[in-house]
Design a binder for this molecule. Structure first.
Ligand SMILES: NC(=O)c1ccc[n+]([C@@H]2O[C@H](COP(=O)([O-])OP(=O)(O)OC[C@H]3O[C@@H](n4cnc5c(N)ncnc54)[C@H](O)[C@@H]3O)[C@@H](O)[C@H]2O)c1
Length: 453
């Protein structure tokens, strides 16, 4: 019986589809081709498939009739990977109805079609860590390069309270609960994966979706500008750059969806937090440092910056300038406490603290040394993988060699999310194999090849 992959021409869907094609399975991809790059991914899948092995159905999952017609024509299916989705938080805010139709109604239609046409199938749903809200009630600490939540050294497990925030959080969260409930009420074999950030080949990153790929592209562009002796064009980030995610390479994601099928009876009805885990966590600033190492960007390039307010190692802000903030030794916070002293985000908000109030003393930018070689607090040990990810050495943390401007923090953004993946390790025998450093190096290569005509 074939495998149905909704959103099969997207980033994750095409990676999973290519794997199953390589294993000789018949694959049906249901994809409305809404996403930039999805047509290229379809052409790529067609180039991999043997005759009759792949079918593409250009169907909007929000349309119940056409969805059912796919099940009638190509089903029953052994395995359904439901990945079609509206994926950007920003788009969900500007068009919440479309977001709801795709994520809620689309998910519902897949469940109902499966219940009617192939009730013995196994369904995996790609949910998100956004179902946990902005995690504003936790106690945060702050190092020179990242936020931390000291009470959760392994990240968050699945017992975390649900708290849907933003239209995207609501729509993905609703579908997440429908998938769980169709197991409870109808016995449909479903599993829910709440994903952190995933990256890798076939991802056509944009400003608001696929941040690792997006910043790889920006770093490549800035390197090319420097090489050509042109002024460097800064990009923008939201917030301080210390927000942390655990990053997972697409190859590991594909292995997860394979493993889930192999363990389908054991994991039916379960929910898993899935990411690279604490060993593969990165803040934006740490990613920029890593990109600097991997692309061999100079710490102090001579190139000019177009926007004088932009932050970069190329133009460290002068003492007293408003940009003399954020990437150095953590100063006492706005309320006079040490930044190592945890406080909840909600307390920060109550204090009126915002990114602009958490400024480093102007003099600290150039004079105060960071707490340790890579800018972390000495109290906080790193794991081996984190060291590798940062290319840790005496010169490990440099001021980010990229030029960027800071925008205000996005509402509903999580300052720290790392998935505690021990349940997945235990029940699925699954563990990420591609470390963040290797993964980012591969992502750079993918961005460079995707940019070629
Ligand atoms: N990539 C990540 O880091 C990440 C993190 C958390 C959750 N997820 C979830 O994983 C899934 C896949 O993500 P991705 O990164 O591959 O996204 P993607 O945008 O690359 O792929 C989604 C695919 O779904 C298709 N699609 C969108 N709306 C559709 C509709 N109404 N009907 C049919 N097809 C439609 C798009 O054309 C696209 O090809 C999404 O549901 C997303 O919410 C991804």
């Amino acid at each position: 019986m074939p495998i149905l992959i909704t959103g099969g021409c997207g980033f994750l869907g095409s990676n999973i589809a290519s794997k199953f094609l390589s294993l000789g399975e018949r694959v049906v991809v249901m994809d409305a081709l809404f996403r930039h790059g999805s047509e290229q991914n379809l052409a790529w899948l067609e180039s991999l498939a043997k005759p009759g092995q792949l079918a593409h159905c250009r169907v909007d999952t929000a349309d119940a009739g056409p969805v059912e017609a796919v099940f009638q024509k190509h089903g029953p299916f052994d395995y359904i990977c439901h990945l079609a989705g509206q994926v950007a938080m920003t788009t969900s805010l500007s068009d919440p109805r479309r977001d709801m139709l795709t994520n809620v109604v689309g998910g519902f239609n897949i469940l109902e079609a499966a219940r009617k046409h192939c009730p013995d199938t196994f369904l995996a749903f790609s949910s998100t860590n956004k179902v946990y809200g902005d995690l504003g009630d936790f106690e945060y600490a702050e190092t020179a390069t990242r936020y931390t939540i000291p009470g959760h050294p392994n990240g968050f497990d699945e017992s975390l309270r649900l708290d849907f925030a933003s239209p995207y959080g609501c729509s993905k969260g609703a579908a997440d609960q429908y998938f769980r409930d169709w197991f409870r009420n109808y016995g449909l074999k479903t599993v829910v994966f709440r994903h952190s950030s995933i990256f890798g080949g076939r991802q056509f990153a944009t400003y608001d979706q696929g941040w690792i790929g997006w910043f790889c592209q920006k770093a490549i562009e800035q390197k090319a500008e420097r090489a050509a002796g042109k002024p460097v064009t800064p990009f923008t980030i939201s917030g301080t750059g210390k927000q942390v995610r655990d990053v997972l390479h697409a190859d590991d994601l594909t292995a997860l969806y394979q493993s889930a099928y192999e363990h389908r009876n054991a994991v039916a009805g379960e929910v898993f937090n899935i990411g690279g885990g604490i060993d593969n966590s990165l803040s934006l600033l740490e990613l920029f440092s890593l990109l600097g190492h991997l692309l061999d960007l100079p710490s102090h390039p001579k190139s000019k910056i177009q926007n004088p307010k932009s932050f970069s190692s190329a133009n460290p802000p002068s003492a007293g300038s408003p940009a003399a903030a954020d990437v150095s030794t953590p100063p006492p916070s706005a309320d006079g406490r040490s930044n190592q002293e945890p406080r909840t985000k909600n307390q920060e908000r109550a204090l009126g603290a915002s990114s602009s109030t958490f400024r480093f003393p102007p003099s600290s930018f150039s004079s105060a040394p960071p707490p340790s070689a890579d800018g972390r607090s000495n109290q906080e040990p790193r794991t081996k993988n984190q060291e590798r990810a940062l290319g840790a050495s005496s010169s490990a943390f440099r001021f980010p060699p990229l030029a960027f401007d800071k925008l205000p923090r996005r509402r509903s953004d999580q300052d720290f999310f790392v998935a505690d993946i021990r349940k997945a390790e235990r029940m699925l025998g699954w563990k990420p194999q591609v470390g963040s450093r290797e993964g980012v190096a591969r992502m750079i290569a993918w961005c460079q090849s995707a940019a070629k005509p």
